[in-house]
Design a protein around this ligand. Sequence first.
Ligand code: DON
Length: 308
Amino acid sequence: MISINDLLTRMVKECRPYCKTGKVASYIPELSAYDKNLLGIYLIRTDLREHFAGDSTAEFTMQSVSKVLILLAALIDTDLNRIKTKISFEPSHDGFNSIVNLETRDSHKPLNPFINSGAILSIGFSNGKTYEDKFCRILSLLHEITGNKNIGIHEGVYKSEKMTGSRNRALAYFMKSVGVLDGDVEEVLDAYFKICAIKVTVKELAQIAATLANRGISVSTGKRVFSPEAAQTVNAMMMLCGMYDESGSFAVSVGLPSKSGVGGGIMSVSPGKVGVGIYGPALNEKGSSIAGIELLKKLRNELDIGVF
Ligand code: DON
């Protein structure tokens, strides 16, 4: 019988040609330097077995995958009902950095915590007096989940986005202007840009995903990091909004709660079974790893891990 490692190696080989059909993100200048042919995968099962293949040691920045950490910290440090007073939990069919719903909805509430406006606002719910403290809180949550205190940020990517992040500034200043966002906008954004620039490999994404699959008990340390209810909320949001305005078609073709980022990462959860981390910086037009999505389709079929 073929081993899972051999199966993953074969799937990475079959999916790598898709990298050529995507583009590396360039609106954050530093990201454009990444090699678009990279593709790696890491799996951690809830019985703690681990499997990997391809470019599994390549480092990249979390970008929007970090929105899962922001939401988890908010759910741990405050309660869901308080978050709901400021942010809706509904899918969006607009792009991840769209401003349109913020302006046209009466409440000016972001549609969900996984679009940029919702994530920027969610940072405020985590513990910490200042936004620098809140950034440290969110990074330390990742340290707790992975058991690895050495994880930090990619300074070059952080500075590159801080210098060029006009769209996020527009979203944040709009929310400030209508009274939705409290505090100093530049400080909030500084924390957001740092969180997006947290540097990981597919292993750390798999550790977060497997901890979500394990209902909040870290697969790396055996300690409870968040409640089963928080895992349930985050998994539901990942299914409905994690792949932005292609979350519906992704639910049909893959059927796993997932979160993508323009750094090329995708994190997927099969509740009770397995957490998956994927890296492939060549993106489709929605901002998700093009070969990564193909890899997940194969994985779902080969291992029968879809939730539907
Ligand atoms: O805020 C931004 O635009 C980026 N730091 C993150 C966006 C992102 O990853 C969207 N993902 N697909």
